[in-house]
Write a protein that binds this ligand. Structure first.
Ligand code: ADP
Length: 497
């Protein structure tokens, strides 16, 4: 059995690749920036060929860095930015247009129309998603409606659609395989989430012909074999998952009640709900979780729009700090936020508040307040927003979270992680390998290729860097939460007036 697993991690700002050994340790990495194009305000595109070439270059770089020979790679796992839509010609593999990126808002009017026609309920029941321009479906329809002849060619079976996983697999296998996995399919807004099949009613409603769509497979299994010209050997692709689901798996959150939170620009929180899909009214998304079994598994997903971005604002907007990491030392110069509450609702508030008219505020300022208090209150706001999402998830799922596993750029901030533990009243656990997205893809692939026998073997590779225990006395915790809720009330509806 070959000793290494190669993970490909295709993201919005870069393509990364990581070679892992059988103990789950990183042996080599590669990275290439990817170009984002902004043809109009609110529109975001990638060149699909750039995604492919940057990913291939990153993979070769990781191989070289690891010292591994191509024949030493047992299997490949793929994880990717989700929802981004690509359509190409089956005969030539040529994209018919740039990829429409998940962030792109160009199809917001189509989504408004779906809502106005009363289809939001059906979409949510069937797919687990709150209808939004993020998801692939309206992007596919836009491409078919705006590229001359595309609808006819799609109907004739000449075109193929894929999210980024599907596109990379197509390229790696020389156009032999047109597949996606449960987790990526669950972000298209076309999947029957209970049955894991493309939903005919939604295809008709959204104007997407079934002939475009890839076959759907579980996240672990056979996804084809790479052409030897790409990486120097024919390597099986045996694991695929969207980035957030890969991170959940990479955090070894395999069973119901386990959750991870990624602290980047925003926060992405996923709670595993087992074989049960959970319905909710709090605007949380139900989504497929990656699993090594054929039977589907589910997660609830909630996001915080502004998390690390609030720290960027302290740095670039207010000039209170020079580097994001300085926020920790400065906030630690004061014992508490001195009654200051920051609500970073710069772009409205997401789950569970869902108020697009909310705007940011700083409340509770008195003469003694310093920049340290404001910085501290900003860090607290990241933890408090996370608390709101966790509580909404617990209410929806009826289960209680025992600990929160963390990753992402801002999870290196020890003070923020301690605040998170204090505010949640639950331990926060940071793993040694915070590159959990790539690790998750490697775990999935390694299970598919029998590098690891089962999930238990994988979980032993997941090791704790640091555990933060809650230590704030309950009355202080309650006071923080109460003040936060009062400040959120005042932030709501601001832009509406
Ligand atoms: P993304 O993948 O969204 O670009 P990253 O995981 O790279 O995000 O994390 C970067 C974000 O984390 C930035 O918004 C930055 O302000 C924040 N950040 C990075 N380091 C720290 C830190 N030590 N303390 C607080 N925030 C931080």
């Amino acid at each position: 059995m070959q000793p290494y697993v190669l993970a490909l991690d295709q993201g919005t700002t870069s393509s990364r690749a990581v070679v892992f050994d059988r103990a789950g340790r990183i042996r080599g990495t590669g990275q290439r920036e990817v170009v984002q194009r902004f043809p109009q305000p609110g529109w975001v595109e990638h060149d699909p060929e750039d995604l492919w070439h940057s990913q291939l270059a990153a993979a070769r770089e990781a191989l070289t860095a690891s010292g591994a020979a191509p024949d030493d790679i047992a299997c490949i796992g793929i994880t990717n930015q989700r929802e981004t839509a690509i359509i190409w010609e089956r005969a030539t593999g040529r994209p018919v247009h740039n990829a429409i990126v998940w962030q792109c808002r160009r199809t917001a009017p189509q989504v408004e129309e779906l809502r106005a026609r009363g289809h939001a309920g059906l979409i949510q029941r069937r797919t687990g998603l709150v209808p939004d321009a993020y998801f692939s479906a309206t992007k596919i329809a836009w491409l078919l409606d705006h590229i001359p002849g595309a609808r006819d060619r799609a109907a004739a079976g000449d075109l193929a659609f894929g999210t980024v996983d599907t596109w990379l697999i197509w390229k790696l296998t020389g156009g032999r395989v047109h597949v996606t996995d449960y987790t990526n399919a669950s972000r298209t807004m076309l999947l029957d989430l209970d049955r894991m099949v493309w939903d005919p009613e939604l295809l008709a409603l959204l104007g997407v012909p079934g002939s475009l769509l890839p076959e759907i497979r579980p996240s672990v299994g056979e996804f084809g074999v790479t052409g030897p010209e790409h990486l120097g050997a024919a390597i099986p692709i045996t694991g695929v998952a969207g980035d957030q689901q890969a991170a959940l798996f990479g955090q070894a959150c395999f069973s119901p009640g386990m959750a991870k939170n990624t602290y980047g620009t925003g926060c992405f929180l996923l709670l595993h709900t087992g074989s049960q899909r959970v319905h909710n009214d709090a605007g949380l998304l139900a989504t497929a979780a990656a699993t090594e079994s054929r039977a589907p598994a589910y997660a609830l997903e909630g996001s915080v729009f502004i998390a690390g971005a609030a720290v960027q604002w302290l740095r670039d907007g207010l000039g209170l700090i020079q580097h994001a990491s300085e926020s920790e030392a400065l906030a630690a110069t004061v014992p508490d936020s001195g009654g200051v509450v920051v609500v970073p609702a710069f772009a409205g508030l997401g789950a569970p508040h869902w108020d697009m008219y909310a705007r940011g505020l700083i409340a509770g300022i008195t003469r003694g307040v310093t920049r340290a208090h404001i910085v501290r209150a900003t860090l607290e706001s990241i933890a408090l927003q996370t608390l709101d999402v966790v509580e909404a998830m617990e209410a929806a799922s009826g289960s209680r979270l025992h600990e929160l596993r963390v990753d992402g750029g801002a999870s290196t901030n020890n003070l923020l992680m301690q605040m998170q533990a204090d505010i949640l009243g639950r331990p926060v656990v940071r793993p040694q390998i915070t590159e959990t997205t790539a690790l998750g893809a490697a775990y999935l692939a390694g299970l598919g290729a029998a590098v690891w026998s089962d999930a238990t073997a994988v979980a032993t590779g997941w090791q704790v860097d640091r555990r933060f225990e809650p230590s704030l006395p309950e009355p202080q915790r309650q006071r923080l939460i109460r003040d936060w809720q009062r400040a959120v009330q005042r932030a709501r509806g601001w832009a509406d007036a």
